[in-house]
Design a protein around this ligand. Structure first.
Ligand code: FAD
Length: 139
């Protein structure tokens, strides 16, 4: 079965509470481990940027669940491509803390040094996540 990589951006939604991030990560890790999905999630208290890798069927089913979730909104697909290998195979869903989103790192991939994933080209979002891998502990 083909492997694909999907990257999307979204914003904190009306159902987001202080516990949401922890709950989302716990749920994502559990479901993704079951479905052999790997990836990373960035959140800076306003915007999300997430990458999912896995079989086309598993990634599509997961993304359909994610877009129905009221804890975020304005979901925009940035990139979807077939891949030959995974880049985030160490993480069922690794979390990139906002402190890793440095201005120097952001200006490399976008028009400003601020984290706004809607302004990223799909390939820039992918490359930025690839670089951010180094800040995510392998557990
Ligand atoms: P559901 O019955 O939809 O929900 C199961 C439990 O999730 C509920 O009991 C509740 O505790 C919690 N929950 C669901 N929706 C809400 C809500 N609106 N407000 C509060 N709590 C809620 N899921 C993945 O499987 N993989 C991912 O990588 C992933 N990434 C996500 C990234 C973001 C930014 C967000 C917001 C969600 C993500 N999710 C991910 C969660 C996903 O949206 C679903 O909630 C989850 O997959 C469970 O779906 P379900 O249909 O099996 O269960």
């Amino acid at each position: 079965m083909h492997l694909v990589r999907l990257v999307y951006a979204s914003s904190k939604g009306p159902e987001f509470t202080p516990e949401s991030l922890e709950n989302v990560l716990a749920s994502a890790k559990q479901h993704n481990a079951r479905d052999h999905i790997t990836g990373l999630l960035c959140f800076n208290s306003q915007y999300f940027l997430q990458c999912l890798e896995g079989t086309r069927t598993a990634v599509n089913k997961t993304y359909q669940r994610i877009v129905r979730d009221g804890r975020h909104e304005d979901i925009v697909l940035l990139s979807y491509e077939e891949i030959y290998s995974r880049e985030f195979s160490h993480w069922s869903m690794g979390f990139v803390p906002a402190s890793s989103l440095t201005q120097a790192g952001l200006i490399k991939y976008s028009g400003s040094p601020f984290f706004n994933p809607y302004e990223l080209a799909g390939e820039s979002a992918h490359r930025m996540l690839s670089q951010l891998r180094e800040a995510v502990p392998v557990v």
